[in-house]
Design a protein. Structure first.
Length: 217
């Protein structure tokens, strides 16, 4: 596989559409990332001229050209992706309609404005959880209910801040934190210093472990 994919930074650009094909493409992309073949990135972010995405894409152009030539000689990469598509496509279940409606409402509420980081100071506040994403990408939508649960379950200890980096209001935060992909989660301690960062969809159980590092209970 190394001969097919080369070495160094590799980025996978999945379809971010809202239809079934977008969801399947996203699952395949995350599977390839989990297997260590690539890092997630966002083609729409490149098209939207978000600096972090553009920098990542430029760094990968040279290696993409080299890998294209190498992959002509390789017969294992394409069957792997095909099998992943079959596995994910066959196992995918239809999303519950009420759950989708609820997520869309949460997304719309988040889209009205970015929650200000200036309002997060509190004597009992231990962590500021900043989500940099968009209300339109699939992994970002999957993070919305997790953000809401964290905000409710750890009220007073954790402040959740969301910035839609595909809007004019949110773009400055993408540059401020130098993100490469969305969603990106950034965690600040009680003094406002970044102590952890994660790229892509972040399962709740893993996210909670990051919060506990700062004494959140």
């Amino acid at each position: 596989m190394k001969e097919c994919c080369g070495s160094g930074n590799r980025f996978v650009y999945a379809c971010s559409g809202g239809a079934d094909v977008g969801e399947i493409a996203d699952r395949v992309a995350r599977k390839l990332v989990k297997l260590g073949f690539a890092k997630p990135s966002c083609l729409a972010g490149v098209g939207g001229h978000v600096s972090g995405f553009i920098a990542s894409a430029k760094s990968d152009v040279e290696s993409i050209t080299r890998r294209n030539n190498m992959m002509k000689k390789c017969q294992i990469f394409y069957p792997l992706v095909f099998l992943l598509l079959i596995q994910i496509g066959c196992s995918a279940q239809k999303t519950d309609e009420q759950s989708v409606i609820k997520t869309e409402k949460q997304s719309s509420a988040s889209d009205t404005s970015s929650r200000s980081e200036k309002d997060v100071k509190s004597d009992s506040l231990l962590v500021t959880f900043i989500e940099l994403g968009s209300v339109k990408c699939i992994p970002c939508k999957m993070m919305q209910p997790i953000m809401e649960e964290i905000e409710k379950e750890y009220a007073g200890q954790v402040k959740v801040v969301f910035h839609d980096v595909w809007t004019e209001e949110g773009q400055p935060y993408a540059r401020k934190y130098g993100i490469r992909v969305i969603p990106t989660q950034i965690f600040l301690d009680k003094d406002g210093n970044e102590y952890f960062r994660h790229e892509g969809f972040f399962p709740k159980e893993e996210l909670v472990e990051v919060l506990k590092k700062q004494g959140v209970k």
